[in-house]
Write a protein that binds this ligand. Sequence first.
Ligand code: CTP
Length: 152
Amino acid sequence: MPKRVITYGTFDLFHIGHVRLLHRLAGLGDHLTVCVSTDAFNEIKGKSSVIPYDQRVEILSACRYVDAVLPENDWAQKREDIRREKIDIFAMGNDWSGKFDDLGDLCEVVYLPRTEDISTTSLKTYMDALRSDQLDEIKHLIETLGEKAAAL
Ligand code: CTP
């Protein structure tokens, strides 16, 4: 019997940690469903994504490890998804270790190692730092131009 795998996440600013996780997830079975957090659900979670939901779905759908993409609208849908999609393995990165063990009565629950040193949060921090560096550069330029103008 072909094995069906499911996972959940926001997958904002799609990065190498996401690619490697999806590769590992695909290796667990024959069919991988990715449930992507909608913008409304992210708001409930107190998160906001840079890339809107429709584009995150399009990016994930274009990934060769992914066979199907569904919306994640709330915390409680997992049991229904697992039953409806006839899932054999529920899997997440190990930042979620132990959090979904209660689904073990429906299917196998697996936590996979995360890729080190990369996350959406760290990319956002990097972009913020870049922006503040650039702002400092612009401020310095304006000050220098002001001084030059005053000396004329
Ligand atoms: N993931 C991973 N390795 C990383 C980052 C994420 O394996 N370096 C996995 C997570 O464990 C999760 C999935 O990718 O199962 C989607 O995670 P998501 O929260 O969208 O990505 P993060 O980069 O962890 O985002 P954030 O920093 O906002 O938590």
